[in-house]
Structures are given as structure tokens and as C-alpha cells.
Design a protein around this ligand. Structure first.
Ligand code: HSE
Length: 431
């Protein structure tokens, strides 16, 4: 059997899981790749931190050049996070003639066109199953299994950390800060968990899916995004009282006016698949014109699920399957004419608003008037006492369908009313 060498660059949580699979499951990997795979180099700047895998002596070094200059290295598994160093490592790997496997969604969302063009020019491939949905094979499903379809919509839970936080708060009434710390300890969260809780990570993944499923080239920073960082226990309780769970949902929906993209904490009705997604699980609901509705569910974060996707990509690359898909999909190419993106302000939706107000006689009227001026009808409105102050109250409003533009303008004006005490909390409400 032919022997090939692989270099692993980035020996963090996922890198350690990948190294363990490669070291312990050689025969299984060789069967899939039809090549004997040698983990020949593990490269990381940090040579000191103890990882939960033991490498053979001499394997770990900080010498990237040695790995890239070895002509027997066929694939570089690039698991460095962030964008700047990761971009330069990927470009160097491609320039050295290596195929690349990566889990780095931030890198692809920021530099997809440049990296994919470079790989095409050099006749190399980039595989990225682990960049979206952790262990869920969503890239293969859309990129290979659903190619007979026009994708109509994707509604997905794409961040394991946020889902873990929301479901722990919902089920156990856990404190937000404690659950974030636990998500970090369990290896779900990004190095900077702000990227998880402010919705950036899910939005980067949505930008990748928009390219893959709709050929839409969109800067992830242009996608309307709200995180879960402004939510409080009160929001989770309000949602539960009305028969909903809150989930961070990434949506891509093809309408007649273009592709609607957004990421937001969303009220999803109890009993629906997304409401049932617990812990670090992710779920992706896809509707294709031929296949109809489809649901993928699995662990979206964590060492082993993500390593599963990385090693599957490595096997596909070594077996020659990645090259076929990579060339057929032609992602982030100038030749691909994607669907138009619908302007952010036009995206329709129903919304939940929670306001903290100083009670006064005409507060409800003033708020209702602002909503009316912005073409937003109220479905229900409830006010509850603030346990700590008799002068203050919480107000919860469910709107009828309006637009992002209307609700944004209305909330901006409501927040300026003198009796409104803090920034409004806003969630979308799923149909
Ligand atoms: N921080 C990410 C998450 C890791 O929580 O989903 C997987 O991309």
C-alpha cells in the first residue's frame, strides 16, 4: 500500500483529537484512504502545554518550513484559529504544493475567494467539512448529496456554545457566566468566546453555507446578526411561558426578492425540531425543491466530533474524492453568478421585544404609537412588576410580521423615550 505523510498544523483542542485518531486508528484510515497515512509532523508555537494525547518523541515542533519542505507530505491539516496567521499558513501550504484540510470558518468567511482561487491556480484542494456544524456532514450533504436540488431554505443552529448556554439556562436555570465558563472548559467555545455569544461564529458559518448552497458571495459582517449576549433569564422564562424555546438560529431563505440571510436569537415553538436541540448539538434544516425538508442533527462542537469531520476530509482528499467535488463546486469563483442578497432592511419577521421601563400613565400608548409609526402591529403586550422596584416594570411585546428595517427604527426610537431604562432585548419569532 502506498505511504503518504500528513502534517498537522495547530495542536489545540481539535488538533489533539485529530492526532489521536491518526495515531490510534491507522488501519481504519488506511482502508478509507487506500493509503497508509503517517502523521509525520505536528507543528505548533506552543510546545509546552500538556494535551490529552501523547505524541511519539520528536513529532511536535514549531518548524513549519520543515513540514512544508518535505515533498512526501501530501496534505496539511490546518487547524490554526483566527485569520491572519491562519491565512498566511494556508497560502504557504498551497504554495508548497500541499492540499489543505481546515476547520477554520473565520478564515474561509474572511478570505474564501483568495484562498480558493489560489488553490485552483495551483491545482490543489481545500476541504472544510469541520468548518460548519462540527461533526455534522453538512458540507458533504449540500455539496454532494443535494446537487440535484435548488436549495430553498436553511434554518440552522450552528453554534454549539450558544446552544449549550441556552439549553442549560432553560433546563437548569443556570447562571449565564457559569455556563460560558463550562462551555470553555468542555472545549466548545472559541479562544475568545465573544465570537460565539455575539453570533459572529454562527454568521461566519452561515456565510459559508450561503456560498455553498446559493453561490452567494457575502461578507459575513454584512449579514444581520444578533447574539445571545443580551438575553437574560427573564427572556427564557417569557419564551417558556408562551410555549417557545430560544435558540440562536441562522437562516438563509430564497425568496422572490433574493436571498434573506440573518442570525438571531429566535423563539422556536416547543415540539419543533430546533426547539428540541439540546447542549452542544447543532441542527440544520434544509428544504430542497426535489428532496423536500431534511434535518441533520449532531454534535456541532467539541474535540471528537470536529476531529471526525477533519479526518473524513483527510481521507477524502487522499482518496481523490475532494478534488472532484472541489473542482465541480468551483466555490468563491468569479465565474459563479450567485443569487442576489435581499437588503437587510427588507427582511420580514415577527419579533419579541422586552423593555425595562419606569412606569407611567401613558407608557404603553407612547410605545404603541412608535410601533404604529413604523408599520408594526402588536400581537400581544404584557407588563409585569419589577420585584426590586415598584416604579419600574418589564414590558414584553410580540409583534405581527414587519421588517428588520421597521423594527430597528422603532426600537431605536423607543429606546430614546425618557421612561425606557435600558436597551431593548429583541428576538425573532419563527413562523
Ligand atoms: N465555538 C464553536 C461552537 C466551535 O461553539 O459551535 C465549533 O465551530
Amino acid at each position: 500500500m502506498e505511504k503518504v505523510k500528513v502534517a498537522l498544523v495547530g495542536f489545540g483542542t481539535i488538533g489533539s483529537g485529530v492526532a489521536r485518531l491518526l495515531l490510534e486508528e491507522g488501519p481504519r484510515i488506511a482502508r478509507g484512504a487506500r493509503k497508509q497515512v503517517e502523521l509525520a509532523y505536528v507543528v505548533d508555537k506552543d510546545l509546552k502545554t500538556k494535551r490529552n494525547v501523547t505524541l511519539p518523541d520528536g513529532l511536535l515542533s514549531d518548524d513549519l518550513d520543515r513540514a512544508l519542505n518535505d515533498p512526501d507530505v501530501e496534505v496539511v491539516v490546518q487547524l490554526v484559529g483566527g485569520t491572519d496567521a491562519a491565512r498566511s499558513i494556508m497560502l504557504r501550504a498551497l504554495d508548497s504544493g500541499k492540499n489543505v484540510v481546515t476547520a477554520n470558518k473565520a478564515l474561509l468567511a474572511a478570505h474564501g475567494p483568495e484562498l480558493f482561487d489560489k488553490a485552483r491556480q495551483l491545482g490543489r484542494t481545500i476541504a472544510f467539512e469541520a468548518a460548519v456544524g462540527g461533526g455534522i456532514p453538512v458540507i458533504a450533504t449540500i455539496g454532494q448529496s443535494l446537487t440535484a436540488n435548488r436549495i430553498e431554505s436553511i434554518d440552522a443552529i450552528l453554534n454549539g456554545t450558544c446552544n449549550f448556554i441556552l439549553s442549560e439556562m432553560e433546563q437548569h436555570g443556570s447562571d449565564y457566566e457559569d455556563v460560558v465558563a463550562e462551555a470553555q472548559r468542555l472545549g466548545y467555545a472559541e479562544a475568545d468566546p465573544t465570537m460565539d455569544v455575539d453570533g459572529s461564529d454562527a454568521t461566519q458559518k452561515l456565510a459559508i453555507l450561503a456560498q455553498l448552497a446559493f453561490g452567494a458571495s457575502v461578507d459575513w459582517k454584512d449579514i444581520p446578526r444578533m447574539g445571545i449576549d443580551s438575553l437574560a433569564a427573564a427572556d427564557i422564562q417569557c419564551a417558556q411561558g408562551m410555549g417557545y424555546s430560544i435558540r440562536l438560529v441562522a437562516t438563509a431563505r430564497l425568496g422572490t426578492a433574493g436571498l434573506e440571510l440573518c442570525v438571531a436569537p429566535t423563539f422556536v415553538s416547543e415540539g419543533t425540531p430546533l426547539a428540541g436541540v439540546q447542549g452542544a448539538f447543532n441542527a440544520v434544516q434544509i428544504v430542497g425543491d426535489a428532496v423536500g425538508p431534511l434535518l441533520l442533527h449532531g454534535l456541532g462542537a467539541g474535540q471528537n466530533p470536529t476531529a471526525s469531520a477533519v479526518v473524513a476530509d483527510l481521507i477524502d482528499t487522499l482518496a481523490g474524492r475532494t478534488a472532484i467535488t472541489f473542482n465541480a463546486l468551483n466555490l468563491w469563483s468569479k465565474q459563479t453568478v450567485g443569487v442576489p442578497i435581499r437588503a437587510l432592511r427588507e427582511i420580514p419577521g415577527r419579533f419579541y421585544l422586552r423593555l425595562d421601563i419606569e412606569t407611567q400613565v401613558d407608557a404603553v400608548n407612547q410605545i404603541a404609537r412608535v410601533l404604529q409609526e413604523h408599520n408594526t402591529a402588536i400581537d400581544s403586550l404584557a407588563q409585569y412588576e419589577d420585584e426590586e422596584s415598584e416604579d419600574r416594570a418589564g414590558m414584553v411585546i410580540m409583534t405581527q410580521e414587519t421588517t428588520e428595517g421597521n423594527i430597528t427604527d422603532a426600537v431605536g426610537q423607543i429606546e430614546k423615550l425618557p421612561f425606557v431604562q435600558a436597551e431593548a432585548v429583541r428576538c425573532r419569532v419563527a413562523d
